[in-house]
Write a protein that binds this ligand. Structure first.
Ligand SMILES: NC(=O)c1ccc[n+]([C@@H]2O[C@H](COP(=O)([O-])OP(=O)(O)OC[C@H]3O[C@@H](n4cnc5c(N)ncnc54)[C@H](OP(=O)(O)O)[C@@H]3O)[C@@H](O)[C@H]2O)c1
Length: 244
């Protein structure tokens, strides 16, 4: 039983994980963008929720103060789970800087602004774990989502550095998700590659339990991504189904 600080607590994947953790007796400090979005989704978790905070995490400059306030009040937090994210539209990000900035800000900068103070607080305590949701879109840039993907890919690199900085007392787990059927992908045509939030959550919780450095969710994405990363550019550009 422990205390888990969850950012992006109204996320479908985060809530599916929280349901599993709650059954095991864990307690939560939840951070979501708005009360309206969070309250209806956490009715079943009520007894496990110690506190709720509301903040637009895209206001990166405000995030350190929020983290400091939370750790001051809940110094026994032993896991930080960062789940918020914004897919947005690739074409829009190419046409307007505001959209590109939002994708980079929410998926990369806001997470960095949370990770530094969280890492400092856990370091001061000398133990703990940080787990972050990234994406297979961050493994190689493709026309359909390379603005979002580059932010997630940059985040994975950041997590590598943070992991080495905090090693071995604080584990940093990068959870690289394949497509999941959630509101984020509501407009996407569904195929065999889409996992449910519940099945993704089982794998995420297992990876967090094992304190692994990086887990692909589901696991077969490890091999797909290895192939996609290693493929020479000349071959990659000829394989339209992969390239696009
Ligand atoms: N679904 C997929 O196929 C997929 C694949 C790879 C990676 N991921 C990653 O998995 C994570 C969870 O996504 P999901 O599938 O659970 O989608 P989701 O249900 O749509 O959740 C997205 C969450 O991000 C929050 N959020 C977005 N912008 C925010 C901001 N500026 N400040 C605070 N919160 C913000 C949303 O808050 P509101 O409720 O207030 O909108 C929502 O809770 C994300 O990081 C996503 O990038 C998802």
């Amino acid at each position: 039983m422990g205390q888990i600080l969850i950012f992006g607590a109204s996320s479908t994947v985060a809530l599916a994980c929280a349901k599993i953790w709650a059954r095991r007796g864990d307690e939560f400090i939840l951070v979501a963008r708005t009360r309206e979005r969070l309250t209806p989704k956490i009715q079943g978790l009520r007894n496990s929720v110690l506190a709720e905070y509301f903040q637009d995490l895209g206001d990166c400059g405000e995030n350190q103060a929020l983290v400091d306030e939370i750790f001051l009040k809940y110094p026994r937090i032993d896991k930080v789970f960062i789940a918020h994210g914004y897919l947005g539209g690739q074409a829009e990000s190419e046409n307007t800087w505001q959209e590109a900035e939002k994708q980079i800000c929410v998926n990369y900068m806001s997470v960095v602004s949370l990770l530094h103070p969280c890492a400092d607080h856990l370091s001061a305590r000398g133990k703990g774990q940080i787990a972050v949701l990234t994406s297979v879109a961050g493994q190689r840039g493709r026309p359909r989502n390379y603005t979002y993907g580059s932010a997630k890919g940059g985040l994975s690199i950041f997590l590598q550095g943070l992991r080495s900085r905090l090693w071995p007392r604080i584990a940093v787990t990068d959870l690289v998700l394949g497509p999941v059927d959630t509101p984020m992908t509501k407009d996407h045509r569904k195929n065999f590659s889409f996992a449910t939030a519940e099945s993704a959550a089982l794998k995420i919780v297992s990876a967090v339990d094992r304190r692994v450095s990086r887990a692909f969710v589901p696991g077969y994405w490890r091999w797909v991504c290895l192939l996609v990363r290693l493929m020479p550019e000349a071959v990659f550009q000829r394989l339209k189904f992969l390239r696009d």
